[in-house]
Design a protein around this ligand. Structure first.
Ligand SMILES: Nc1ncnc2c1ncn2[C@@H]1O[C@H](COP(=O)(O)OP(=O)(O)OP(=O)(O)O)[C@@H](O)[C@H]1O
Ligand SMILES: Nc1ncnc2c1ncn2[C@@H]1O[C@H](COP(=O)(O)OP(=O)(O)OP(=O)(O)O)[C@@H](O)[C@H]1O
Lengths: 217, 217
C-alpha cells in the first residue's frame, strides 16, 4: 500500500486522489481552495487546505516520506516551478508533475520532476495512434511503454507459422491470442505451429516501440 | 490516409490536429478564435474560423465524409452537446468528443458520441495503475474461460528456467510477465532463459482449468 500526496485538486489531481484512495492507498490531498478540499474529503485519507508555495506547512506534513507526490497546480508555471523546487529541497523521491505545455514540461524536468504528465497531449497522442494505425483495432496500455494490441496479421506474415516468424526473438513480442476473422472467438495461447491466414487478428503483447514495427510497410 | 476534422483547438484539440497532420493525415482544423486558427495553420491541411454551433457552415465543409471528427470545445456543456447533436444529424460516422466530467461524458454518449475522451481522468487512471503496478495487469479479459493471473512461483518450479519448465507445452500456459518480489516493476515478456527464484510473481495467461494446476500441490 503506497502513501501518496496530491497537491492541486483540479480535474487531474481530483481524479488521481480519489482513484488512489479507491485502490486502497493512503492519500493526503492538498489544495488552497477549501471547496475542493471539502469535495475530496470522503475520497482521501487526509485532506488539508494550504498554499503549497509555503515551505514550512509542506515540511510539517512529512511529505518527503511519501512514496510519491503528485503536483497539479494548473497553468501557473511560477507556482508549479516554485513548489517543485521546494519539494526537491525537502527530499521528495518521486515527484510527478502535470505540465500544460512542452516548455512547461522541460522547465519542470530541469528543476527535478521525476515524471511529467501532460494529459491533453498524451490523450491526443493515443487517439492519433488508435485512429491512424490501419491494422490497429484496439489496444490496452500496460505500464509506461508496453501494450496489449489487437493487430490484423500484416500481409508479409501470411502463410507463416508463429514459430517460423520468431516474433519473440526478432521483435520481443508475444502473440497471446488469435481470432480468425470478425466472428470467431479468441484462441488464447495459440500453438507455435499456428499458420497465419488472411483476416487473422493477433493479440500481441510487447513494448510500444516494438509493436509499432508490426505495422504494414 | 485518413481525413480528420478537429473542432476546438484547446490543448487537446491543438495537439490532436498537429499530431494527425504530422502523421500524414488530412486535417481540417476549426475554431471560433482566429488566434488559435492562425497557430494551427502550419500544422494542418486547412484551418477555418467559424462558430461550430452554426449548422450550415459545418455542412458546407462536407464534414460527414470525414473518417473521424474530433470535438473538444472545453467546459461549456451546452456548446459540445449542441454541436454533437448537429454532427450526428449531418451523418458524421465517427465522432470523438472530449468530456470534462463523468456527467458530461454520459450526456454526450446519449446524444451520439462514438467515443469519449476524458484526458485528465484517463491520465490519472494510468498514473494510479502505473504506481500501484500490482493490480495493473489483473483485469484483461480474453475469451470466456481464460484469465490472466498473478501466481507466486510454485516451489517445484524454483531454480528452473522458463524454457526448461515448458509451461506452454505442458500446461498450455504463457508467462507474460514476472515481478521479482513486492517492490519490483513487472518485466513484460521475460526471456525464456529466465530462472525462477523464491518470491517471484508470475503473470500467467491460460485456461482457468490449466491455471488451477499451477497451484502448490
Ligand atoms: N499555491 C497553491 N497551493 C495549493 N493549491 C493550489 C495553489 N495554486 C493553485 N492551486 C490549486 O490547484 C488546482 C489547479 O487546478 P486547475 O483547475 O486550476 O488547473 P488544472 O490543473 O489545469 O486543471 P485540470 O487538472 O482540471 O486540467 C486548483 O484546485 C487550485 O485551487
Ligand atoms: N462555438 C464554438 N465554435 C468553435 N470553437 C469553439 C466554440 N466554442 C469554443 N470553441 C473553442 O474551443 C476551444 C476549447 O478549448 P478550451 O481551452 O476552452 O478548453 P478545453 O477543451 O478544456 O481545453 P484543453 O483541451 O486545453 O484542456 C477553444 O479554442 C475555443 O475557442
Amino acid at each position: 500500500m503506497a502513501q501518496v500526496a496530491v497537491i492541486g485538486l483540479g480535474r487531474f489531481g481530483f481524479h488521481a486522489a480519489s482513484l488512489f484512495h479507491e485502490a486502497g492507498h493512503e492519500v493526503l490531498a492538498i489544495d488552497i481552495d477549501p471547496g475542493r478540499v471539502q469535495r475530496i474529503r470522503d475520497h482521501s485519507t487526509q485532506a488539508v487546505v494550504l498554499d503549497a508555495r509555503e515551505v514550512e506547512p509542506l515540511g510539517a506534513l512529512s511529505i518527503p516520506d511519501f512514496d510519491a507526490v503528485i503536483l497539479s497546480l494548473g497553468t501557473r508555471v511560477d507556482a508549479s516551478a516554485l513548489v517543485t523546487l521546494h519539494l526537491k529541497d525537502l527530499g521528495v523521491r518521486r515527484l510527478i508533475v502535470k505540465a500544460t505545455s512542452a516548455d512547461h514540461a522541460r522547465l519542470l524536468e530541469k528543476i527535478g520532476a521525476s515524471e511529467i504528465v501532460f494529459p491533453e497531449r498524451d490523450a491526443a497522442e493515443r487517439l492519433v495512434r488508435r485512429l491512424s494505425d490501419v491494422n490497429l483495432i484496439d489496444f490496452i496500455p500496460l505500464g509506461e511503454d508496453h501494450s496489449l494490441r489487437q493487430v490484423t496479421a500484416p500481409r508479409r506474415f501470411l502463410g507463416k507459422s508463429l514459430v517460423e516468424l520468431r516474433l519473440r526473438n526478432r521483435f520481443g513480442l508475444q502473440v497471446v491470442g488469435i481470432r480468425h476473422g470478425e466472428k470467431a472467438t479468441v484462441r488464447v495461447n495459440p500453438g507455435p505451429e499456428t499458420v497465419l491466414q488472411e483476416g487473422d487478428v493477433l493479440f500481441v503483447l510487447g513494448r510500444d516501440g516494438d509493436l509499432d514495427r508490426l505495422k504494414e510497410e
